[in-house]
Design a protein around this ligand. Structure first.
Ligand SMILES: Nc1ncnc2c1ncn2[C@@H]1O[C@H](COP(=O)(O)OP(=O)(O)OP(=O)(O)O)[C@@H](O)[C@H]1O
Length: 249
């Protein structure tokens, strides 16, 4: 049985369609990456999976007793609020000193438990969020652009940590990433989303798909194409993102 099985997921925000008829699965131990332009519904999909967004239609089935560790895109903490890393890890449910120290070490930031959250670098902060996701002993980690704001070496180091954790813990990983080198090197599968699933499969398969090439282009200019998401295929449903797909075709 898949860890997560999403069938026909449709989500509207205030009447606006964010996701239309999305199907996807994730199996034990897999690393699956979701790519897509801004506003294409990536966060909405992750939030629907954790139950923070209610589907308008469709179904999300999870394996019995599935434990999800969620690392959000961003989290704002008032810098004036005195809050140590250890206390933050204990919100909302208390965590033992031993477990807190262990998950911080696993997330690559040992020994920072007594530091103030406001004193952390961007990379340390994201690793504390990762540590917080780890203490539920997740079967799957959901990472929503977890390296946003980190420099290239910082984000490469973060993803190496994820890879190590996947091996050490045997957990699956579902992540949203704009970093193409990560997507193509570290993923078992890639899902290209633009309100609907444009294409999906193993990185090599997706890389040769017309939808992917339209999205990423070829060579180093490809990353820019992410924001000019073109398509040479048709869809049989109307969707607000459709215009963005076809205007530059
Ligand atoms: N709480 C909300 N209320 C109203 N509209 C929302 C809400 N959350 C998301 N949306 C809208 O739904 C669409 C999809 O947003 P979502 O954040 O899922 O996209 P995304 O692919 O994660 O974008 P980004 O890459 O910019 O993070 C966007 O048009 C967004 O404005």
């Amino acid at each position: 049985m898949s860890l997560i099985d999403v069938r026909g997921l449709t989500v509207k925000h205030g009447g606006q369609l964010a996701l239309a008829h999305v199907d996807m699965t994730i199996d034990r131990g897999e690393i699956v990456t979701i790519v897509g332009p801004n506003g294409s519904g990536k966060s909405t999909l992750l939030r629907a999976i954790i139950g923070a967004v209610t589907p308008d239609s469709g179904k999300i089935t999870t394996a019995p007793g599935l434990r999800i560790g969620y690392v959000p895109q961003k989290l704002s903490i008032d810098p004036a609020l005195p809050l140590t890393v250890r206390r933050f890890l204990g919100l909302p449910a208390r965590v033992s000193r031993k477990v807190a120290d262990q998950v911080l070490a696993e997330a690559g930031v040992p020994g920072i438990a007594e530091q103030q959250m406001s004193s952390l670098s961007g990379g340390q902060f994201q690793r504390v969020l990762l540590a917080r996701a780890l203490h539920v002993r997740p079967d799957i980690l959901l990472l929503d652009e977890a390296t946003q704001g980190l420099d290239q070496p910082g984000s490469a180091a973060f993803y190496r940590q994820i890879e190590e954790l996947r091996v050490a813990r045997g957990c699956a990983v579902l992540m949203v990433s704009h970093e193409l080198h990560v997507v193509m090197s570290a993923s078992d599968r890639v899902i290209c989303l633009n309100g609907h699933v444009c294409c999906e499969g193993k990185p090599a398969h997706v890389a040769s798909a017309p939808e992917y090439r339209a999205l990423f282009g070829t060579g180093t200019g490809g990353a820019l194409a992410l924001y000019r998401h073109e398509h040479d295929h048709n869809h049989d449903h109307t969707h607000t993102h459709e215009a963005a797909c076809s205007t530059t075709s």
